[in-house]
Write a protein that binds this ligand. Structure first.
Ligand code: UDP
Length: 365
């Protein structure tokens, strides 16, 4: 008999949901966290009463009622609706691409006028789009591609749009109605009091060890539990045996400003190529804050190096094939399950991570 039923490596959403459900079912769990705080990338840091989304803005959105009801057990969500602004060299546009954007871009007023304008521009793409550039032009035409997509995307991913997969841009809605809601989902909001409330309530009553790196002492930690739920990077677990999976990194610069309202909206995307950051987040707007000061984060895309926080998996054939090799190794391991954004090398939204953890719960517990 080992000391714990489950050792959960990582206290992000995947690990916290699994640990919560296992604990409910009477399983003894230990959660290990490498960083000095819980919650992975949804961690918030409170300064002057403002919850700073420490690893970049996180807006919860889902069409999955089971997931929405699930998170609402732990924290109440407010009615924040994400409506970012794009700033292209001082010209402002509403996002996502909708009638407001089309009016701002071309002065068109009716959906038919917008549709005709886009049709005329998308004619350059004759066949099925093969990459992000072709996909974007075929969705919204060349003007929007040049001003609102190309620079932002190339900064974010560090490579030309012609070398990126089309699916990345499919995340963005295109609408022929006047509607600035960034997401198409049925449910949306930000936890009142920040994401730490959600994580703390999920992990209530569960033993947690912070600043503990599982990979530094794998064998020692494994001796503690019958089974491991591992949410770290899959290649790191195997000591990069076949080489590194690539990620995009991010660098966040937090600034305090002595103003009540810095930019008038939570998110402004800088879509030109020259501005080195992709967006500025003004955190207080996520919770309609009225404090006399404000905190903003400038988000700089960066190359990723081993040992740094990994953000976006780089989805191309090379990484996909490498990931599959690690999956083969993982199958040969006993008593360990790989899950979450890093464990599955997936560009996962929060609701999808929770759904995936609940799937595991259904299978495992
Ligand atoms: N995107 C863009 N212009 C924008 C916002 C997004 O071209 O102003 C594209 C870009 O290719 C990006 C993708 O949409 O990689 C997804 O962006 P989103 O901001 O939704 O990603 P997040 O970082 O929030 O996951």
């Amino acid at each position: 008999m080992k000391q714990y039923d489950y050792l959960v490596v990582g206290s992000g959403l995947y690990g916290a949901v699994f640990a919560h459900e296992a604990h409910l079912k009477g399983k003894k769990c230990l959660v290990l966290e490498k960083r000095d705080h819980l919650g992975g990338n949804i961690y918030c840091q409170n300064r002057d009463g403002i919850n700073i989304h420490y690893y970049g803005g996180h807006i919860f959105h889902t069409s999955n009622k089971i997931v929405w009801d699930y998170v609402n057990q732990f924290v109440e969500f407010n009615n924040y609706v994400n409506s970012p602004i794009a700033n292209y060299k001082g010209e402002l546009y509403n996002l996502p691409f909708n009638m407001n954007t089309f009016h701002q871009m071309w002065g068109v007023i009716t959906p038919q006028e917008a549709y005709d304008k886009i049709s005329e521009q998308r004619d350059v793409i004759k066949n099925e789009p093969q990459n992000l550039e072709e996909q974007a032009i075929s969705l919204v035409g060349t003007d929007i591609y040049e001003k609102l997509i190309k620079g932002y995307t190339e900064k974010q991913w560090g490579r030309p749009c012609t070398e990126l997969p089309a699916f990345i841009i499919k995340r963005l809605p295109v609408r022929y109605i006047y509607d600035n809601n960034y997401f198409n989902d049925r449910y949306q909001g930000v936890p009142i009091g920040g994401y730490n409330v959600l994580i703390d309530n999920l992990l209530e009553g569960i033993e947690v060890k912070m600043e503990c790196d599982f990979n530094a002492n794998q064998e020692e930690w494994k001796a503690f539990a019958d089974k491991i739920i591992y949410t770290g990077a899959i290649d790191e677990y195997f000591d990069y045996k076949f080489g590194e999976l690539e990620y995009r990194g991010l660098r966040f610069e937090i600034e305090k400003h002595d103003v009540e309202n810095y930019q008038g909206v939570a998110a402004v995307n800088y879509t030109d190529r020259e501005t080195p950051y992709t967006r500025i987040i003004e955190h207080k707007h996520f919770e309609f804050g009225k404090q006399p000061v404000s905190y903003i984060t400038k988000e700089y895309p960066a190359d990723w190096h081993r040992g740094e926080e990994a953000y976006y998996p780089v989805n191309n054939t090379k990484n996909h094939d490498l990931y599959e090799k690690y999956v083969e190794l993982a199958k040969a391991e006993t008593n360990i399950i790989f899950g979450g954004r890093l464990g599955e090398y997936k560009y996962y939204d929060m609701d999808k991570v929770i759904a995936s953890a609940l799937d595991l719960v259904a299978k495992e517990l």
